[in-house]
Design a protein around this ligand. Structure first.
Ligand code: DQA
Length: 147
């Protein structure tokens, strides 16, 4: 069973990008955390990042049915993309929206999320640990579902 962990624009620069907000850990560190967390729960991870909206949408299409779920940090597309919302609305698997920062204590334009309209659950402000929490929750949901 595989979890898709999908990262949107500018997250390739994690660790270098506004470290006072997003911390010093890199996306490779987040990937290692996700793999370790998932392995402990008997899940595999497909970890991806793209700055391109259509690449994120194509990844959602790949995992929308039959996977253990999707963890998505859509970056700024969270606040702009009806197309990503539409893709997530096709998903038959749980979708966890994850933000490293607490978007609710930041600029007003970050308070609205299109993604939340399709999300099973939302995490914000847990730092990179949020990804591990999201994977744990997908494993929890998986355990409650018939195979
Ligand atoms: C983010 C928050 C977004 O508002 C921002 O555009 C990002 C990262 C986060 O992880 O805190 O790129 O999703």
């Amino acid at each position: 069973d595989t979890v898709l962990v999908l990262n949107g624009p500018n997250l390739n620069l994690l660790g270098k990008r506004q470290p006072e907000i997003y911390g010093r850990e890199t996306l490779a560190d987040v990937e290692a955390l996700c793999r370790e967390t998932a392995a402990g729960l008997g899940l595999a991870v497909d970890f991806r990042q793209s700055n391109a909206e259509h690449v994120l949408i194509d990844a959602i299409h790949e995992y929308r049915v039959g996977s253990a779920g999707i963890v998505i940090n859509a970056g700024a597309y969270t606040h702009t993309s009806v197309a990503i919302l539409d893709a997530l609305n096709t998903c038959e698997v749980p979708v966890i929206e994850c933000h490293i920062s607490n978007v609710h204590r930041r600029e007003a334009f970050r308070h609205h999320s299109y993604i939340s309209l399709a999300a099973t659950a939302v995490l914000a402000g847990f730092g990179t640990h949020g990804y591990a929490l999201a994977i744990r929750h997908l494993a929890h949901l998986r355990a409650g579902r018939p195979a």
